[in-house]
Every structure is written in structure tokens, then in C-alpha cells.
Design a protein around this ligand. Structure first.
Ligand code: CTP
Length: 184
């Protein structure tokens, strides 16, 4: 997601959306109906996918709220901004542009899991090797998920990379995923 600082500036992150696109394409190929709620994505390669464009975290939350009741599986691969600047209207003049006041964004998964009925919720986490399983398991519980993929980012690479490794974790245990392409 990308969050406005003022009418001309934003802050964001380095996520490219590769993992979410790979999952959407694969689910579609398996016969699922796939709305892909995506922020700031290069959409040229997404023919056949029902793309819902959003910009910031609150937009993404609204889009999720509209579609959640009709979905069977929610897979949250989005790199959601944990905070947003307190918006200033117009353009901040450079002499006044010294610090940003931030406010917390909602945790979209934690909030939507409170509305869960039969939906299966999948989260992602980016963690360093030493606490991969522990942190992944903590987020599985705190966000009310059925499954989480804890990405190993100890090499410093994840955003934009074609490869991934880590652990798939659910309430029964964990399973190591050796390095493979995000499509796999
Ligand atoms: N996520 C979300 N809403 C947020 C932030 C993250 O729904 N405001 C989702 C992400 O899409 C991902 C999962 O939560 O599926 C884990 O995100 P992560 O950033 O690792 O978790 P945080 O709760 O932000 O933990 P940390 O304290 O490590 O930043």
C-alpha cells in the first residue's frame, strides 16, 4: 500500500506484488474465481483476473470488507503499511517538511478474522531465520489465521525476488519450504 503524506507525496514499500500475482494466477488456473485486491501494481500481465485497484491501507480494508462474505479463502500476501502519515492538505513547503506524524493503520487480517465464518484465512510474514517459526506461530494466533507462510528474509532479499523459502505453519505444526520460485 501507499500512504499519502500530502497532496503530492506518498510513502510506500518495496513490495512488487509478485507473490500475490503468482497465487492469483495459480488459483485461477485451478478453477477458482479470483478477485485480486492490489495496491500500486503493474497490471499488464494480469489478463483474466478480476483486479480491484486500491491505493492505501484503508482503501484495501474497504475492498476486503465488501468481498469477504462471499469468499472461501482469503490469501493476504499484501505488504500493508502499518502506519500512515497524518494527512496534510495541499503541499508541505520544504522548510516545514522536517518530520512526519504517523498514526497506526488497522491490522486488516486481525480485523477481518473477527468476521470469519467458514472462510479459510492465509497470512504471510517476513521474518529472520532465528525466530521464523516462533514469530510465524505468534502471528497465526494473534491474527486468527488458519495458515501462515513465514518467509525467510535473513538474506535480506524478499521484495522483488523471484524465489522464496521459509515455513508453512498451521495449528498442527510447521513444514519447511526449501528455496523455490514464488510460482511453485
Ligand atoms: N497485515 C495486515 N494488516 C496490516 C499489516 C499486515 O493484514 N496492517 C498482514 C499482511 O498482509 C501479512 C500479515 O499481516 O499477511 C503479516 O504481516 P507482518 O507485517 O509480518 O505482521 P505485523 O503484524 O505487521 O508484524 P511485525 O510486528 O513483525 O511488523
Amino acid at each position: 500500500t501507499r500512504e499519502a503524506i500530502d497532496d503530492v507525496r506518498t510513502i510506500g514499500n518495496r513490495s512488487t506484488g509478485k507473490q500475490g500475482i503468482a497465487i492469483a494466477k495459480f488459483a485461477k488456473a485451478r478453477g477458482a474465481q479470483v478477485p485480486l485486491i492490489a495496491a500500486n501494481l503493474d497490471t499488464r500481465e494480469l489478463l483474466g483476473i478480476d483486479l480491484v485497484h486500491v491505493i492505501n491501507t484503508l482503501d484495501m480494508q474497504n475492498a476486503l470488507n465488501v468481498r469477504f462474505k462471499d469468499c472461501d479463502v482469503l490469501i493476504m500476501a499484501a505488504a500493508v503499511s502499518d502506519a500512515r502519515p497524518v494527512i496534510v492538505e495541499g503541499k508541505i513547503k520544504k522548510d516545514d517538511f522536517k518530520e512526519l506524524k504517523l498514526e497506526k493503520n488497522p491490522d486488516l487480517l486481525a480485523e477481518i478474522s473477527k468476521m470469519k465464518k467458514s472462510q479459510f484465512l492465509v497470512g504471510f510474514a517476513a521474518e529472520t531465520e532465528s525466530n521464523l517459526i516462533e514469530e510465524g506461530s505468534r502471528k497465526l494466533k494473534s491474527k486468527g489465521l488458519d495458515l501462515i507462510y513465514a518467509n525467510d528474509i535473513s538474506s535480506g532479499e524478499i521484495f522483488g525476488s523471484d524465489k522464496t523459502s521459509g515455513y508453512v505453519i498451521d495449528n498442527d505444526g510447521h513444514h519447511r519450504i526449501a528455496e523455490m520460485s514464488k510460482e511453485s
